[in-house]
Design a protein around this ligand. Structure first.
Ligand code: KIV
Length: 280
């Protein structure tokens, strides 16, 4: 039975102890696949930048690129909750930017919620977006838009000071009304403490098994990227499958094996004769 997933439904799932599943998607065919599954939420992540657009990291991703991909996903998606990821500089500089750009995800791209990286630094922006009527998913821990400040993709929250900040930020985000929080690359005991102490669902990526749900980047899970952090489990080896298919195509074209008569159009005898007469 298909169920339309809302932010409220995710909160109910936490209460019921039902695990939440979320994956990223960046295009229509992937959205159609998600629709056939019981995935609860689909995130059009700014990971589109390094995953499919070829950028070094997520920093260069623009609002226009995010809207383009979110629109494609929304055309193929009905039941899972559709979350658009606010890219770098779409909300940091002002409350006005934050409201206008989050509104564009909802108004132009049919997203149902937005995700925002960061905690106490952006409470005013997040509060105003929620006041405007847009559900917000928080994101703490390793927030890739701060990659230059962090100096790499190593896990966060491994010092007392940093763990305390992540914990306190989670409490503040809950207080101002986010409907869930992504916890990325933090120690599992910190993720467990936050999960136990906030009422909103936590969705982990590299944050251990005790979160209320898990998210992975679709291309990573499929083995369609070479990214291989400790937390990643690959459920397929798509690079090898695609490479083999491309090589088989090339080999068969070169040998004349493809296209054969099964893959060629024919015409019936009468039409063929008329055609030939006309061509002579
Ligand atoms: O951009 C993204 O895909 C994300 C997930 C890793 C949570 O932020």
């Amino acid at each position: 039975m298909s169920v339309n997933i809302t932010p409220g439904k995710l909160r109910e799932m936490k209460k019921e102890g039902e695990k939440i599943t979320m994956l990223t998607a960046y295009d229509f065919p992937t959205a159609k696949i998600m629709e056939k599954t019981e995935i609860d939420a689909v995130l059009v992540g700014d990971s589109v930048g390094n995953t499919v657009l070829g950028y070094k990291n997520t920093i260069p991703v623009s609002m226009e690129e995010m809207l383009h991909h979110t629109k494609a996903v929304s055309r193929g998606l009905e039941n899972p909750l559709l979350v658009g990821d606010m890219p770098f500089l779409s909300y940091q500089a002002s409350i006005e930017d934050a409201v206008r750009n989050s509104g564009r995800f909802i108004k132009e791209a049919d997203a149902e919620a937005v995700k925002i990286e960061g905690g106490s630094e952006f409470l005013e922006q997040i509060e105003k977006i929620i006041e405007t009527g847009i559900p917000v998913m928080g994101h703490l821990g390793l927030t890739p838009q701060r990659i230059h400040q962090f100096g790499g993709y190593q896990p966060r929250g491994r010092t007392i000071q940093e763990a305390k900040k992540i914990y306190e930020d989670a409490k503040k985000l809950e207080e101002i009304g986010v409907f869930s929080i992504v916890l990325e690359s933090i120690p599992r005991n910190l993720a467990r403490k936050i999960t136990e102490e906030v009422d909103v669902p936590t969705i982990g990526i590299g944050a251990g098994p005790d979160c209320d749900g898990q998210v992975l980047v679709f291309h990573d899970l499929l083995g369609w990227t070479e990214f291989s952090p400790k937390f990643l489990k690959r459920y397929a080896d798509l690079i090898s499958i695609i490479e083999e298919a491309v090589k088989d195509f090339q080999k068969e074209v070169r040998s004349g094996e493809f296209p054969d008569s099964e893959h060629s159009y024919g015409v019936d005898e009468e039409i063929r004769e008329k055609l030939m007469n006309q061509l002579e």
